[in-house]
Structures are given as C-alpha cells and as structure tokens.
Design a protein around this ligand. Structure first.
Ligand SMILES: [Zn+2]
Length: 111
C-alpha cells in the first residue's frame, strides 16, 4: 500500500488518506475524536453505509480499543447530511414537473 493510502474499516476500500474521515484515539488520554490528534487511527468512507456498519457492530470501538462516544457518530451523520451529492436525489423531480412540458414529453411515433 502506498504511504498516503488508507483502508476503510467498514468496506475495506483503499483510497487516499484525504478521502476518508479519520477517527483518532488520542494518546495518552484515550479520548476518541475526529480528524486531529496523535494516536491510534481508524479511517472511514464518508458514506452512510460505512458509517452505519462501523457503528452497528461497534467495529470502530473494537479497532480503536476504546469506547466511541455517541456524539462522534452524530457529528459524522451531520457531516454526511452536509454533503450535497449524497442527498440530492429525492428533492428534485416533484417541483420541476410543471415546467418541463416544452421539451420533456416523449415523441409519438406512428408505425
Ligand atoms: Zn467504506
């Protein structure tokens, strides 16, 4: 593995360090926190499925060998909600319906 690559603790995907959320068990306090600090680290894709898997089986806690505070998961869920690409699908469509008549209709073909 390249030096700047890391592996997601949930789905095992390998990607550049910057692509992941980093969770750190800080040394020596053993406090678990995000992004910053020196200590044992775990990496996680910014995806709902990976976050859920890390939380559900306490996989994150096992890897870090520490208890992960509920707040940390909440923070990650809030980050997830802030990513536009993860959320945009269901919002549109209903609103735009009335405006698409000019070009949106399928053409009728008579055989
Ligand atoms: Zn993942």
């Amino acid at each position: 593995m390249e030096p700047n690559y890391r592996r997601c603790l949930s789905c095992r995907k390998v990607s550049q360090k910057g692509e992941f959320w980093r969770v750190v068990r800080v040394y020596p306090s053993r406090k678990v926190q995000l992004d910053e600090g020196m200590g044992r680290s775990a990496y996680l894709c910014p995806q709902a499925s990976c976050l859920a898997a890390a939380q559900k089986k306490n996989r994150l806690g096992r890897i870090l060998q520490a208890s992960v505070p509920e707040q940390l998961y909440e923070m990650l869920q809030q980050r997830l909600a802030a990513i536009p690409a993860a959320q945009e699908h269901n919002v549109e469509g209903q609103h735009n319906r009335g405006k698409l008549n000019a070009s949106g209709e399928p053409q009728q073909s008579l055989g």
